[in-house]
Design a protein around this ligand. Structure first.
Ligand SMILES: C[S@@+](CC[C@H](N)C(=O)[O-])C[C@H]1O[C@@H](n2cnc3c(N)ncnc32)[C@H](O)[C@@H]1O
Length: 363
């Protein structure tokens, strides 16, 4: 967990802060709630066989919430991209299912119970984490065994003991036998350990996680599937411009299935204009409180439920909408910032502040 600082977010799920990026991985509102509301609920699934691309997998909240919600009786292939291998390894153990009592604490002064955060009933069930563990062993083998952080006392409150127990069992009795396909022996062990047949799904190949540990800019160039769902959950544009550049988004456009969707938490003018310039139809993600909580993009107009209005569309055509460029997908963030600054200085477009002052007139 070097360089990561775990904390409990508003819905009780664990979030991380990164020293390296000086940024949070998850909103204080709730890591799991955000995953469901921004990356899962806006998707409409009609197929039984899906390809999902998770750009910036991190702790995997988005893919895990998606699997939990849509996964039963579906075939799903998750291609998971992140530059940091340790996050893949942490993912199945992170605590998300806090009990109701964890949301309350006794107030010091009047000893009443006060609510700590917005309690939501979103869940990641154990089978999701167990499938993830199976896939991590399949991909990394004994490397995945070296998980020293699980033993560190200070991190214990952030991990789920049931999943650690399952992992220990799977490690000792299971994963080598699943590798050699000795299913009866493995099932026998599982049966007597847990007295349950629920673990049979571990032998199904319906759910597959593939892990790509590299700069996502390099990885996308090597991919050639058509994805039904793409999650783009990079750090903000001011921290990680390389994953919001026009050139990078064009790669994601290339990988999007004709009826596929790309989802992101960002509402920024720059991001939305970049999406439109890449060729996407681009709309808003609206939550149950009628708030804009993200952006949804597709090659198919019919996938966009909430379109941008004229005022919002006009705003994209101001200087604020000028995209980042990263022609060979290899520039450093400072070069990308610098080049955009030059482009903004030399642009004939009006500034967003003037547009707002003019109440939506583009001159
Ligand atoms: C906001 S966090 C993603 C949170 C994640 N979706 C989750 O559920 O925990 C951003 C992630 O981007 C990753 N990242 C940063 N730069 C990257 C790059 N160039 N390529 C791939 N991943 C990158 C970080 O390691 C971090 O996990």
């Amino acid at each position: 967990m070097d360089g990561f600082k775990p904390y409990i977010t508003g819905d009780g799920s664990v979030g991380l802060y990164s020293d390296e990026f000086n940024d949070i991985y998850h909103s204080g509102y709730g890591a799991l709630s955000e995953a469901y509301e921004k990356f899962v609920f806006p998707v409409e699934i009609k197929k039984d066989n899906l390809n999902v691309l998770d750009v910036c997998f991190g702790l995997g909240y988005n893919s895990k919430a998606f699997l939990n919600y849509y996964g039963k009786n579906k075939k799903i292939n998750f291609d998971c991209l992140d530059i940091n291998k340790n996050l893949f390894f942490l993912s199945p153990f992170i605590k998300t299912n806090h009990k109701l009592k964890d949301y309350f604490r006794k107030d010091k002064n009047d000893s009443k119970y006060v609510r700590l955060g917005k309690y939501k009933k979103y869940k990641i069930e154990d089978w999701v984490n167990q499938i993830l563990i199976k896939n991590l062993y399949q991909e990394f083998g004994d490397d995945f065994l070296v998980k020293n952080f699980l033993g560190e006392k200070k991190f214990r409150p952030f991990f789920e003991p049931r999943i650690i127990k399952f992992d220990k069992f799977y490690q000792k009795r299971g994963y080598k036998t699943t590798k050699t396909q000795n299913k009866p022996v493995f099932l026998h062990n599982i049966y007597y350990q847990y007295l349950s047949k629920r673990y049979k799904y571990l032998f199904s190949n319906d759910i597959k996680f593939n892990f790509y540990i590299d700069d996502a800019r390099k990885t996308v160039k090597t991919l050639d599937k058509e994805y039904d769902v793409i999650f783009l959950d990079a750090f903000t544009t001011s921290k990680c411009p390389q994953l919001w550049s026009l050139d990078f988004i064009k790669e994601l456009y290339r990988l999007t299935a004709p009826e596929g969707v790309l989802l992101t938490y960002s509402n920024s003018v720059l991001v939305r204009n970049t999406m439109i310039e890449s060729g996407y139809f681009t709309g808003k993600i609206i939550n149950e409180d009628n708030k804009q909580i993200g952006t949804i993009c597709s090659k198919s107009k019919s996938k966009i439920k909430y379109h941008l209005d004229d005022y919002e569309t006009g705003l994209l055509k101001t200087r604020a909408g000028i995209p980042y460029r990263d022609e060979n997908l290899s520039q450093t963030s400072s070069v990308i910032f610098h080049n955009r600054e030059l482009e903004v200085e030399n642009s004939n477009l009006i500034s967003s502040s003037r547009y707002i002052k003019n109440k939506g007139v583009l001159k």
